[in-house]
Design a protein around this ligand. Structure first.
Ligand SMILES: [Zn+2]
Length: 340
């Protein structure tokens, strides 16, 4: 293993459905459809992806469709959740915040969806003790306000039993035709219960919306690609961390190349920043690889990459005890592997 693979890592921005590896998708397909080659309606496309052919963006997003189809029953969803956590743990991720929007379908209500994910996370606490996992239930903007309220109702009811796991709320999904201000009352309900806010923010050029999000108060910024000028200054003054997802942004073409990624600008100007995967399954990457790309592209030393993990602990929605456990793991690694 190289330095980046061995380094204990912190992942703060990962969507459950986008984090299903090809192997997990393949296993899920077998579980749902058996070995019947004609079972899945998406067969031909699935095999194209499975065989590791290079993908365009459309094919990437096709993977989300498989993921939804293959996790529409509690046993499949539990399998998927566990597999994602195992993959992160095998990449030496010691702290993970997963995001997912509860989905209702024939096999499962939204309540069952969220409960299944939470129960799996709780179970994994004993079976994979090297990793601490939290959940940020997602509000999908494209689904509208009524559904957002329904999601928050569920989140608040389950929070009573799972307050150690549900630590915040994510706002994501295509923003087209939606207004952030419409979501403020529903997000406020979560905030009043001390849930942290991880908003996808500044993914598109809309400075007005970024202002509204800052006014409302976000604890971290998802991507923040197009934040400029006064709002950028505000983020720095208030030390709001940016979650930078290099490969995701390059593959989705919101940035032109790794070199042009806004991480560079943020890093150079001393912003709070961390590196995350977003959807490692869809974009065929790992957190180790993202850190290696970051180090190579922007010439960060191993010491600086280590420092990014220390910062990420600070930004995590974890308890003080959990933070000190994470710091101990990092310090042990430093003593063993990074002699000065
Ligand atoms: Zn995201």
């Amino acid at each position: 293993m190289n330095f980046f693979e061995e380094l204990p890592k912190i992942e703060l921005h990962a969507h459950l459905n986008g984090s299903l590896s090809n192997r997990t998708l393949q296993e899920l397909r077998k579980l749902k459809y058996g070995t019947n080659e004609n079972g899945s309606p998406e067969d031909s496309g699935f095999y194209r992806i499975d065989h590791g052919h290079s993908m365009d963006l459309r094919s990437c997003f096709q993977k989300f469709k498989y993921a939804h189809d293959l996790t529409d029953q509690p046993d499949l969803l539990a399998y998927a959740t566990q597999a994602v956590i195992e993959d992160f743990a095998n990449d030496q991720v010691i702290y993970l915040e997963l995001r997912t929007s509860p989905k209702a379908n024939q096999g499962m209500s939204k309540h069952d969806y969220l409960l299944t994910v939470l129960q799996t996370i709780r179970k994994v606490k004993d079976t994979i003790p090297s990793i601490t996992v939290k959940l940020l239930p997602s509000i999908d903007r494209s689904k509208g306000i009524a559904e957002a309220n329904e999601t928050i109702d569920l989140v608040l009811s389950l929070h009573q039993t799972f307050s150690d796991i549900i630590v915040g709320v994510d706002l994501s999904g295509p923003p087209y035709g939606t207004k952030f201000s419409d979501f403020v009352p529903v997000l406020k309900r979560a905030k009043e219960k001390d849930l942290k806010m991880a908003l996808h923010c500044g993914e598109f050029e809309d400075d007005g919306e970024v202002r509204e999000m800052f006014e409302f108060g976000t604890d971290r910024i998802g991507h923040g690609t197009f934040i400029e000028g006064d709002t950028l200054k505000f983020a720095k003054e208030h030390r709001i961390p940016f979650e930078c997802c290099l490969t995701s942004n390059v593959k989705c073409a919101t940035v032109g190349s790794y070199r042009e990624h806004h991480f560079k600008k943020l890093w150079d100007a001393g912003h709070e920043v961390c590196i995350c995967t977003d959807d490692f399954g869809v974009f065929d990457t790992t957190l180790s690889r993202e850190l290696a790309i970051c180090s190579e592209t922007f010439e960060l030393s191993q010491e600086e990459i280590f420092g990014l993990q220390v910062r990420a602990i600070e930004y995590a929605f974890a308890s003080e005890n959990e933070r000190s456990r994470l710091m101990n793991v990092l310090n042990r690694f430093k003593n063993d592997r990074m002699p000065c």
